[in-house]
Design a protein around this ligand. Structure first.
Ligand code: R5P
Length: 280
């Protein structure tokens, strides 16, 4: 088996290959003078694992080219971050179901697909080959257990992420809860944990994605006001759009951490072991 990756997932692919004790294939990436992507892979193996996150259109094109270069091999596709997954409904007439379009395009030339904490598992049904989602809740729990936190309170930013927070907390028997909006008056809303007070607690907000950081920034200001001792956040996919990382640190969040599904300066834990385990 040979693991190869697009330019966007090289560190993660190396972790996967290491965890599976198999080889990492070399791929050379360049562009034609008109900007089109070109790549050339070392000699393919009869069994290939292609790893490529899709944070943007260039990543998508590289991934399609790399899958095509594996023609003739048995190919497993790992999409650690599946971009466009949040446009999973037609919110207005005339819109595409973007998640479906991306899933269909990625289904050609591969025999099975793995995603990591995909925004909504319903998206998996759009793939044309068997697809499975891998959760990093356990990896986040293990990462947090190594941090200087005292009996942390694990919080989901909304009830949609409550099950995820509960899985993270379960790794070490910590308490967990989710945030909810309490309307104080016509124009005033307070965000607070539904059941457990944040006062004097090391609070960790966990989520699948930090994108603009808006959800986290609003919640953290409220939790500081409610007396949380420290506030940090761990997510799976650090999209971190529009300068979100700096903005969040400026809001007093002690640490913002993500996995290497998107390779960022704050990627402090790897999805590699969980992916390798699923592949095995
Ligand atoms: C929403 O359903 C997701 O789980 C995240 O909470 C959301 O994508 C975060 O977005 P932002 O960082 O832009 O507030």
């Amino acid at each position: 088996m040979l693991v190869v990756s697009t330019e966007y997932s090289q560190i993660l692919a190396a972790h996967v290959a290491h965890a599976m004790d198999c080889q990492l294939g070399g791929v050379r990436f360049t562009r034609f003078p008109d900007g089109e992507h070109y790549l050339r892979m070392d000699t393919p193996h009869e069994e290939m694992v292609v790893v490529g996150s899709v944070p943007d259109s260039d990543a998508m094109i590289q991934l399609l080219l790399l899958i095509d270069a594996c023609e003739g091999s048995e190919c497993t596709l790992v999409v650690p971050y599946l971009g466009y997954a949040r446009q999973d409904k037609k919110f207005n007439a005339g819109e595409p179901l973007s998640a479906r379009a991306i899933a269909r395009a990625l289904s050609t030339g591969v025999s099975r697909i793995f995603t990591v904490n995909v925004h909504d598992k319903a998206v998996l049904s759009h793939f044309k080959v068997p697809a499975r989602d891998i959760s990093l809740a356990g990896e986040i729990g293990r990462y947090l257990s190594l941090q200087p936190l005292e009996d942390p309170l694990i919080l989901a930013p909304d009830d949609g992420a409550a099950a995820f927070a509960s899985q993270v907390a379960a790794t070490c028997g910590w308490q967990h809860d989710h945030l909810e909006k309490v309307r104080i008056s016509g124009d005033e809303v307070r965000i607070e944990p539904k059941n457990i007070e944040a006062k004097d607690r090391d609070v960790v907000i966990v989520d699948d994605i930090i994108s603009t950081g808006g959800t986290l920034a609003t919640s953290s200001a409220m939790l500081h006001a409610q007396g949380a001792r420290s506030l940090s956040s761990v997510c799976v996919h650090g999209v971190l759009a529009e300068g979100a990382y700096i903005r969040l640190l400026a809001k007093g969040i002690r640490e913002v951490t993500c996995s290497d599904t998107l390779e960022r300066a704050c990627s402090r834990y790897t999805a590699g072991n969980a992916i390798a385990e699923a592949l095995r």
